[in-house]
Write a protein that binds this ligand. Sequence first.
Ligand code: MN
Length: 253
Amino acid sequence: MNAHPRPRVLLSTGTEARTRGLFREDSLTGRNYSQAVAAAGGLPMMVAVLDPALAGSYVETADALLLTGGVDVDPQRYGAPPSPSLGAVDERRDAFELALYRAFRGAGKPILGVCRGHQLINVAEGGTLHQHVPAVEGAWQHEQRDIRGAPIHEVSLTPGSALAAALGAERVRVNSYHHQAIDRLGQGLTAVAHASDGLIEAVEGRSGAFLLGVQWHPEMAFRDFPEQRAPFDLLVNAARRHAEAGRLLHSPA
Ligand code: MN
């Protein structure tokens, strides 16, 4: 047996109806998420949107969870009516990802959320979202036109946060492909990166296992901007520590 197996990272996906060929729905997310996890030393595994009742079984098969980007979280989840600018929502994806979040959090396993995943973490922790950033007073453009993932704006990092420590900096430039953002912060979270227009760009858990959400897309940038591998390194390293602690606990004396 491999003494240092790669930590297994479960990746959530979106669902898209095919418009040609076989009549079916496809489960998909960017291959770059899997490539970033693999580059950080993890073993990526993608899962379709399924019955939330399966979340408890998935938590036993993986060491960490990566909540990927995608459509808007249904504002019903945080008690708000739909804004005229709300994008597409996926109630089944919300339900499955929230169940995965609670299962992994409950088991003390590390979680990383990217873009929608960052917003979903905030909703899971009782927070709310701005449904349309262009409607927020003073907000910058956060939906950059360039689609290749290069940084477009700066964020200030909170000293002492895991993200700031991993990046070894107080500021980092990030890309920006979001029309929603965190409004009221969830109870269990600390904001650890801000744009200077006031938007929250990253959150960490106040206690318990490693928990990080980033509003930008490091999976699009980590090849050209190596510091952007940091969120994946943090996730995989936390997963390795958790898995090794579990093995020590269960190994025969
Ligand atoms: Mn942004």
